[in-house]
Structure formats: C-alpha cells, structure tokens
Unconditional design. Structure first.
Lengths: 344, 260
C-alpha cells in the first residue's frame, strides 16, 4: 500500500486541547485556598461574558481571576514558547543540545535585568522587563552579526560558537556589575532563577502578542525544519534557501523567547526536555514536534509552577529548580522505558 | 534536448585553484564520469556545479543561466547526492524520498497529493516498497544508495550529480547501483555526472570519462582513450596493465617489486 504524509491525527489534537484545558483548570483550583472547579469555570465564563455563567462569590473570584489564572496562563504561554523555540533550534542547528538560550538570549536578558535592578532605588516592574527584552534581542543580534561572517558553508557551527562567546562576554559583564552592587545580589539572583509571580494580567498582555506571533511563525515553518535534517549543503541542493530560513526562524524564536524571559526570568530545561520527551514518544519530525511542543511545553510549565508554589507553601521554590528537579528524572525515566521497549 | 554547458569553471580557495578552467557539455541521456587521483578536485567540481561551493565561469542549461537561479530554481534542474549523504535517524524512507519534492513546494506549503504520488512511484520504481516505513538510519550500504538515488529522482530534475555512488559498496551492490543509474538515465532521459575512483568500473557504464589532475582536465573522451597505461602512470603514478580493448578497458595493477 502506498504511504502518505504523516500528520498529527484529529484525535491527537483533541486530546492535546482537552489535556491543556484540564491542566489549566486544575492548576487554578489548587493552591493555599482550594477552589472548586465549578467556581473556576463560572468565574472564567463570567469574565469572558459567556452565556449562562453566574458571577462567582467575591474572594474566590479574586483568587481565580486576579491571582491564579493570570499566573497559570503566563506559565502556559512561556512554556509553549520555550519548548517550541528549543525544538526549532535543535532542528535548524542539527544539535540535540540546542535550547532557546543557544544564541545568547539568557545572558543578554540577564545583563539587561541586572542593569535595571542596580540602577533603580527600588525594583521597577516596567523597567526590568524592558531592559531584559532589549538585552536579549541585542545579544542575539550581536551573535548573528559575528557568526554570519564565519567561514562560508559552516554558518550553523560558527553561529553556535559566536553564541557561546557572546554569552560568556555578557555574563562576565553582568557578574562584574553584580559584584559592585552587593546589596542587589539577592534580587538579581532571584530573577536569574526565574519566577512566575505576576502582577495580574499585565504580564500576560505584555508578552502574549510576541509569543503568539513567534509560535505561529515556528508552526508555519514546521515542514521546512525537516529539510534541515539532511544538513545545510544537501538542504541547499534540495532547493531550500537555508540561510534565509534560518534567519527567519531565529528572529521569530528570539522575539518570543526574549519576551518570555523578560517577565519570568530564566527558566531553564523546558526547551531541552519537552522536545526530547516528545521525540522519544512521536519521533523526530517537526511537523509533529512543533505543535506538540507548544501544547506540552505549556502543560509542563503549568505543572512545574503548581509544584513550585504548593510543595513548600507559603514559601515558593524557584521555578527553574522545579523544572530541573522534576524534568530530569522524568526524562531519564522515559529514556529508560523507551530503551527497554525498543530492545524487546 | 536539454544540455548542460559548463565553460571555464574554476574554484579557488585562498588563492589556490582546486578546479581550473574546466569545460564540458552534457545532454540528457548521457553519462559523464569524472576520474582522477585523490585531491584532483572531482568532488569540488561536483559541488560547484551543484551550487554549494563558490565558483567562477559560465554554467548554462540550454539558454538558462544557472548563476541567475535561486536555490529552488536550481534544484529543479540539478539534483545532487554527496559521497556520504546524511540519513537522519528516525526518518522513514518515504519521508526521506519526499524531501526530494522540496524544490517543487512553496516554502510554507505542504506536499500535495501529486508530490505523494511521485514519491510512491519512485519508491516502487527502485523496488523500495518493502522499505517504505523503515528508518533510513538502519539501511545497509546498497539500500542507502538506492534511497538517496530515489530522493534525487523524486526531485525530477533532468541532471543528476552523484559523488562516488559506489564507494564502500560490495561488488554485487556496485553492479546493482550502476545498472540502476544506467537504466534510469536511458529511460527517464537524465544527464548523469558521477565521480568514481575504481577505474575499471568507470569504464563500464559511463559514455565518457574526464580525467582531472590538480583541478585541470588532462584527458577527456571514451574509456579506451582515457584509460591508457601512459595516462595512469603519469597522473596516478601507478604501474598498470590494460587488458581487453573492446572499448571497455580493464585496468590491472602490476606488482613493481620483485619476489626475493
């Protein structure tokens, strides 16, 4: 029988959509004060002006609509962004260790945020995101300018190397500034570890357009990412404008990732672990990996944040530590069970 | 009739000529084989024609200037299979062959049923049906070569460049692959350029041989004119004997030291 192109089945799409909704609602229910799922549905429905939804009683409505839902939604979109950008970089650079911070986003954002933190008397919630966004975009622009002038035909390798150099340079400058402002180290440190402690819907409104545009672009380029898997030279002879496409996806991924880190700080591991878990489950085709990373990355970060804010409540564990603490063992478990399955 | 015309093609790296003023023309249905000792510039020449190594000189297909083409237009005319193709682990044979359709798709489009049909036809044509769902990374040498040729055929370009298509294959697989190329170029009217290092084999199927030495064409013509004792001694530095002179010379190395 003749074969056809493998695409994500309708069933998978429905399952993913339902899983995402259920995760979001459950994550809103759980916390210092538990709220029933029916209240969550009604509160969301009422605020979205859906018919037949009754307004939830005062406190619960504030907990749901003002406190938890913005945070859960922020976790979801940031997780989607980091996972899909990670998958994209692994594809265009043919490098399994690539993550969204490969070209210097984290170091640039860190330097920008540190500048903002040490320059103000009190922490400004508008200045830090703006400064880290500019820092992240600037760092990738610098990496791209330097890496592009590398040896012809080896651009992907020279970009990665330029990224390493730029990241080290910016991190050194950041450390220097940090050492000279001992009193602010704690704040810089907590930003670096990442946090989803939001200021309500503002942060979501701030980053959603960038992340939306960025993930949409990466989704559109999912088929082309498969062509990169035969290497730059062969992809060129197959008719792919390799450098142009790489530039486009780098710009798209950088825009969204910079926006994400500007409000949440550096959340590590999501961009590596989520795509790799998916690879073990559904294979290496980006036609499936990109859309599934968008959904699974969101679910993963919502769950990680749930653990971060409940396990040691009322204290919070930094989200970056949770992603590594639950991500690494889970990844190793999948790797192990997969190996057993294929060897049988 | 589609004809590839290469005129005075040179490839220069750091002021050092790897390929120097090579010219030839080739029509569909013909097979040109480039031979020469290691480092003569065979692979570089092929990469230059494929457009992945910078070069100077004219490249025309009929009256189309290849240098004015972008990647996609060029890929519609020329397919290229490198000496060691990258076969991505986890990719099905079908999906790999389907990559050959890239040049026929808009950047953001998905494959049409026509692309899928062409891919399936090529797979059947090369007797790869049973491998359709196999992971390309698990194929044997001969199967790999057939799969990469299938990808080049799915590209549906009238010119195919194959870098050392039979290197690393056992004699049986060599024969299979070469006879496959020979049949396809006649049936499907494809111009084929290969490089090869086995001299006897290079005289068996291709119409013409082009001997390169230090990037320059030093001999060009049918096998019987190129594969001579003098040429091989001068450019390969090898002592050989040529057996059989029915147009298909057999090159046999001679032991030059005496038994003690």
């Amino acid at each position: 029988m003749a074969a056809t192109v493998k695409r994500i089945s309708a069933t998978t799409l429905v399952v993913c959509f339902v899983a995402a909704i259920v995760t979001i609602i459950l994550a809103v229910c759980v916390g210092a004060v538990s709220v029933p799922a029916s209240d969550v549905l009604h509160s969301i429905g009422w605020h979205l002006k859906l018919p037949f939804m009754a307004r939830t009683a005062g406190t619960n409505d504030i907990i749901i609509w003002q406190l938890r839902l913005p945070r859960v939604i922020l976790a979801f979109v940031v997780g989607s962004m980091l996972a899909s950008a990670g998958a994209t970089y692994q594809g265009t650079f043919r490098n399994p260790l690539a993550d969204p911070y490969l070209l210097g986003v984290s170091a640039g954002a860190g330097l920008g945020a540190t500048f903002a933190i040490v320059s103000g008397k009190h922490i400004s919630h508008t200045l830090i995101p703006a400064a880290s966004f500019v820092g992240a975009m600037g760092a990738v622009a610098l990496t791209y300018t330097l890496g592009r002038s590398g040896v012809a035909g080896r651009m992907s390798a020279s970009l990665v190397l330029a990224g390493v150099a730029v990241a080290n340079l910016l991190t050194a400058i950041q450390t220097l500034i940090q050492q000279q402002h001992n009193d602010k180290i704690r704040e810089v440190y907590s930003w670096v570890l990442g946090t989803l402690n939001t200021t309500g819907w503002n942060d979501v409104r701030l980053v959603a357009p960038y992340i939306g545009l960025s993930t949409f672009m990466l989704y559109r380029y999912r088929r082309v990412l498969d062509v990169f898997s035969v290497g730059d030279d062969e992809a060129t002879t197959l008719g792919l404008p390799v450098e142009r496409v790489r530039a486009i996806v780098i710009i798209a991924a950088t825009l969204g990732t910079s926006a994400a880190v500007s409000v949440t700080g550096l959340i590590g591991f999501v961009g590596i672990i989520v795509p790799h878990i998916l690879r073990l489950l559904v294979g290496n085709s980006y036609r499936a990996l990109i859309p599934l990373s968008i959904v699974a990355g969101g679910i993963f970060l919502v769950c990680a944040d749930l653990i971060a804010r409940t396990v040691l409540a009322p204290a919070e564990i930094p989200i970056g530590i949770v992603t590594a603490l639950i991500g690494a063992p889970f990844f190793l478990y999948i790797l192990g069970s997969r190996r057993i399955r294929t060897s049988v | 009739m589609t004809t590839l015309n290469i005129h005075d093609m040179s490839v220069s790296v750091n002021g050092h000529d790897l390929v120097h003023e090579v010219s030839f023309s080739l029509s569909v249905g013909e097979w040109l084989c480039i031979i020469g000792p290691n480092g003569a510039g065979k692979s570089t020449l092929l990469k230059a024609i494929a457009g992945i190594t910078a070069s100077t000189g004219d490249m025309y297909i009929d009256n189309h200037d290849l240098r004015r083409f972008n990647e996609r237009e060029r890929a519609c005319w020329i397919a290229y299979v490198p000496q060691e193709p990258i076969l991505p682990a986890g990719m099905r044979v079908f999906d790999y062959v389907l990559l050959g359709r890239t040049a026929h798709l808009n950047l953001l489009a998905s494959e049409s049923p026509k692309d899928v049909d062409i891919t399936n036809i090529v797979i059947s044509e090369l007797a790869l049906d049973e491998f359709r769902d196999r992971d390309v990374a698990t194929l044997s040498g001969g199967e790999r070569q057939r799969v990469t040729i299938a990808r080049a055929l799915a590209q549906a370009s009238p010119i195919i460049l194959l870098d050392e298509p039979t290197t690393a294959l056992d004699v049986g697989y060599q024969q299979e692959v070469l006879e496959l190329i020979d049949r396809l170029r006649r049936e499907q009217k494809i111009a084929v350029v290969t490089t090869m290092h086995d001299l006897t084999v290079s005289g068996l199927y291709p119409d013409r041989l082009m001997l390169l030495s230090h990037g320059q064409v030093v001999s060009n013509g049918p096998a019987s004119e190129v594969l001579t004792v003098d040429n091989i001694s001068e450019y390969y530095g090898a002592q050989v004997q040529i057996i059989g002179n029915n147009g298909r010379p057999i090159v046999v190395p001679i032991r030059t030291i005496q038994d003690s």
